[in-house]
Design a protein around this ligand. Structure first.
Ligand SMILES: Cc1cc2nc3c(=O)[nH]c(=O)nc-3n(C[C@H](O)[C@H](O)[C@H](O)COP(=O)(O)OP(=O)(O)OC[C@H]3O[C@@H](n4cnc5c(N)ncnc54)[C@H](O)[C@@H]3O)c2cc1C
Length: 383
């Protein structure tokens, strides 16, 4: 391996591919090293819900990230469709939240205050208005307890496997070297610089090598601590499993996202409906459990009774990169001046990937970032 890249991105999930595409667009030579197939871990497993961002100016760092991502998703979806020919099914579908318990109703009252402050448009709907949106959404009520409904018309969604496919094609067209089935097995440091990464490729080629670049960016999701630990860097990133089901209807039963607490349903345009999810701390163990599948299908049936007649096509789980304070880590990998990290996006990585791509490309090239990355720095004293 003799070529020296401007940037090596470690990990080819939605975060790594977004940064790679953005930097390659700027004219950099970029290599993405991915242990498995590009985009097939948490980024593939996710649902693709993109809650809309604030209309008003915001100071809260997470709201800034959401606001920027929201704007960029519209732009990226149009650019990806034009540049790659892939429709990511990015749509401003609207999002309906159902509140059936007193805790859910109290949470939604709080959310309304917050939405008012952010300038997020929403409406309280009656049950007949919900039936008007779609008769398939007909939640079961407890006797004598009213259900509350909240509709956010600008909430969006995308079909994440398509978004990943589009990013992958875009990276290829932009000349990014895409190394799949290739694991980064070590990061070599020399003084305050990263000198290169040791890689090991699995089937079918099976070879080992050393890659060098001017800069290195870790986007290895839940696995990021495993690469950082040998460098003496501890982070607050840990895996949080989420389980998911996919149902198949003959025709699309509703076109918008349905939320209740941590549960949701997300329709795809071909009649498939995703049902998720949960938060489980089970280390790096993937797989689904009968108990959680039962809970998800009971919940889905209680909100959309016709799902009981739909075919359960498949089920899966993914490992979200959790972070202990719910902020992702975005910035320089001090003390290494040419090392960077973008990981720990937890439940929001698909959503925040566009802002992360832009902000990290600005940071990597030494420019002022569109929003301040200080609150997201690796050494923020929370571990
Ligand atoms: C069930 C579920 C539902 C979700 N729903 C949503 C949602 O609706 N909206 C939303 O915004 N987000 C959602 N998320 C969260 C979102 O999917 C994640 O935050 C996001 O995918 C994180 O992206 P990533 O690129 O950091 O991680 P990943 O997609 O996990 O990518 C990291 C990559 O690094 C690779 N890697 C690791 N170690 C090495 C190594 N040593 N060498 C080479 N490669 C390596 C891995 O193979 C992997 O491909 C959901 C997640 C799950 C699991």
């Amino acid at each position: 391996m003799s070529s020296k890249y401007d940037l090596i991105v470690l990990g080819g999930g939605v975060i790594g591919l977004s940064i790679a595409a953005q930097c390659a667009k700027g004219g950099w030579s970029v290599c993405v090293v991915e242990r498995g197939q590009m985009g097939k871990e948490s980024s593939w497993a996710g649902a693709g819900i993109l809650p809309c961002g604030a209309r008003n100016p915001v100071e809260d760092p997470i709201e800034q990230l959401r606001q920027l991502s929201d704007r960029l998703h519209e732009e990226w979806a149009a650019w990806l469709a034009d540049f790659t020919g892939v429709d990511t099914e990015y749509r401003r579908s609207g999002g309906l939240t159902v509140a059936r318990t007193s805790a859910e109703r109290a949470t939604m009252r709080g959310n309304c205050l917050w939405w008012d402050e952010l300038g997020i448009e929403y409406q309280r709907l009656s049950s007949s208005e919900v039936i008007g949106l779609s008769p398939a959404v007909d939640p079961v009520a407890s006797p004598g307890v009213p259900i509350e409904y909240y509709w956010v018309p600008r909430d969006a969604k995308l079909r994440n496997p398509r978004h990943l496919m589009a990013l992958r094609v875009a990276c290829q067209k932009l000349g990014v070297s895409m190394m799949e089935q290739t694991e980064v097995v070590g990061i070599q440091a020399s003084g305050s610089e990263i000198a290169g990464v040791n890689i090991r490729s699995s089937e079918p080629t099976k070879w080992e090598g050393f890659l060098v670049a001017d800069r290195y960016c870790l986007t290895t999701g839940a696995w990021t601590p495993q690469l950082l630990k040998p460098l003496g860097i501890e982070t607050g990133i840990y895996p949080v499993r989420g389980q998911m089901q996919l149902y198949r209807f003959d025709r699309i039963p509703f076109g918008f996202v349905v939320n209740e607490g941590h549960r949701y349903m997300v329709p795809r345009e071909d009649g498939r409906v995703l049902v998720g999810s949960c938060e489980e701390e089970v280390g790096f163990s993937k797989g689904t459990t009968e108990e959680m599948m039962e809970q998800l299908s009971v919940w889905a049936g209680s909100v959309c009774p016709s799902i009981r007649g739909a075919r359960l096509e498949t089920q899966w789980s993914g490992l979200r990169p959790g972070s202990i304070d719910a902020f992702p880590y975005l910035g320089t990998l001090y003390p290494y001046t040419n090392g960077y990290v973008a990981a720990g996006h937890f439940r929001h990585g698909l959503h925040w990937s566009t802002a992360t791509g832009l902000l990290m490309s600005q940071h990597l090239s030494g420019k002022k970032t569109e929003i301040d990355l200080e609150p997201f720095r690796l050494h923020r004293g929370n571990v």
